[in-house]
Design a protein around this ligand. Structure first.
Ligand code: SF4
Length: 281
């Protein structure tokens, strides 16, 4: 049975498509994993990808992706998917299609073609405008031309971008995401994303060795949010996440969830910058 906790990428036995029944969204999320090789250009210490390795998505087999997406939609809309997986009646609806998987989806060289393919399949099944379309990305490859083209098309389809920003400092980026990035690079990538497509920031916070993020980390993050707004970068808001599921990286034993009080207080500080903020614990 699929549960709200079953986020396994191979629960449907497919290469690219994985269903998630989410209590949070109240229905079925259809995940598209363009990184079946478990490769990402980042290495986040809270990452839930097993056997994560550095790298890019392999060549996307567009024919197979289309066959799987159409086949899966057939199973859900006219087949026995919900019965087979004992999905409760109140959760028997498609909430979204999420481009998110075991690595960075925009690292697929076929990214813009993938967006085109999702657009035509969703239109064929008369789902355009009826379900959410979400791209979950670390935002680091947005300068690439196929990614920009894909994002512009994603916006035309009514899609949105969830852009990862866990730390505003270079030290934090190295520690949490395993990458060297400067606030300038983040701003540049974020500006590109937000110009092309409605964009939310997605931030995951947790305690490390029992300690919450330092005051300096928190202040720099809030200052960056203010700077983003002063620069006229139009964000939809901030999605603030706690450590909902265990990391599958070596640092896992050193990570723990922050208290609800801590998360609520930090969410309030983000709201005080003027940004819509949604907290998920
Ligand atoms: S960007 Fe996402 S997939 Fe890549 S390492 Fe971080 S959490 Fe994992």
């Amino acid at each position: 049975m699929l549960t709200t906790f079953d986020h396994s990428r191979d629960s449907a036995g497919l290469t690219y498509i994985y269903p998630v029944i989410s209590r949070r969204s109240g229905g079925l999320s259809i995940g598209i994993n363009l990184n079946p090789n478990n490769a990402c250009n980042w290495r986040c210490i809270y990452c839930q990808v097993p056997d994560l390795q550095r790298g890019s998505a392999p060549t996307t087999d567009l024919g197979l992706l289309e066959t799987e997406l159409r086949g899966f939609l057939d199973q859900v809309l006219t087949g026995d998917f919900y019965n087979r997986f004992s999905v409760p009646l109140e959760q028997q609806s498609i909430r979204d299609i999420a481009l998110s998987g075991n690595g960075e989806p925009t690292s697929s060289k076929e990214f813009d073609q993938v967006i085109g393919l999702i657009g035509s399949v969703v239109a064929d099944y008369d789902l355009l405008g009826k379900i959410k379309l979400v791209l979950i990305t670390n935002g680091s490859l947005i300068r690439r031309e196929p990614v920009q083209k894909g994002l512009a098309h994603w916006a035309e389809l009514g899609g949105e971008v969830w852009f990862k920003l866990d730390s505003a400092t270079e030290t934090g980026g190295l520690h949490v995401n395993g990458i060297h990035h400067t606030p300038e690079t983040v701003l540049h990538n974020l500006e590109s994303a937000a110009r092309l497509c409605p964009t939310w920031l997605q931030t995951c916070l947790f305690a490390f060795d029992g300690q919450p993020p330092s005051d300096e980390e928190c202040n720099d993050y809030l200052a960056l949010l203010q700077h983003i707004q002063q620069q006229g970068i139009d964000l939809s808001g901030v999605l603030l996440y706690g450590l909902a599921r265990p990391s599958l990286q070596a640092e896992a034993p050193r990570l723990s969830p922050l208290s609800e009080e801590w998360m609520q207080a930090f969410a309030a500080k983000i709201r005080a910058t003027g940004l819509t903020t949604r907290l998920s614990l």
